[in-house]
Write a protein of this length. Sequence first.
Length: 313
Amino acid sequence: MAEITAALVKDLREKSGAGMMDCKKALTENGGDVEASMDWLRTKGLAKAAKKADRAAAEGLVAGKISADGKTGVLVELNAETDFVAKNDGFQSAAREFANVALATDGDVEAIRAAKTSKGEVVQDAITNLIATIGENMQLRRAARLSVSQGAVSLYLHNKQGDDVAKLAVLVALEGAGDQAALAEVARRIALHVAGTPTPPLALTAAELDPDVVAKERDVQVQMAIESGKPKEIAEKMVEGRIRKWQEEVVLMAQPFVMNPDQTIEQLVAETAKETGSPVVLKGFVRFALGEGVEKAPEGDFAAEVASMTGQA
């Protein structure tokens, strides 16, 4: 029987994307034969997939797609437990495929999970098979879809990991009857702004801000004013001005355009309308940053993990 070395375990992990202990077990069961171990992982993994469902999955990729006519765009976030798996070709291909599926749905994540891939496999079943093969918990966490009847939807991918996949992705939809290529370029520049601005926008307009978020910000500002020595009734009056300033910072239409800080996004849209000779409306935007809002597990040291496997089956 071949010696099950750390190098052999690492080789199988790189080829399969499976967890280290699964790789060591597979090699042990198959006398160190890597190809046989690959098959073993696939056949044994299905039974273990459900056991991984409660493990935190905050890494992975965001995939984006624009329809052939340029009027619809989608984002999907496919999560895994480690950044290592996000580099796996099979994982990346799955993310792209799920984005293609999303184009044919209304953007609801449950509808995507229930839909079929181009190979006729239900998306949720495809995810289960990925969990079995790679050995990590995964989930299609969220999805979004923007569409216009006329105009353009543009996609910007920041920190790209491959074709159509990244760690941060933004969709922007511009509704208008003008030249589609021109509208698509302006939408792309606004998407770049949303990705790169120091204060990511929370809503398109002040009216669209989440009331709970506004209330929380107001409470924080009141407390800050009170702690500075102001009576509560005066603090509450002072806060209204601060809230208006805060809204200007977090509302997309009011933000200074990163490519031209002397111009707001609202002014950029108005300028675009003049240039294209027809009304232009910024219909919406979506910004997906990988893993935001998900508690992440501490990063591990691969070499230390391999070294610690001595004597483990």
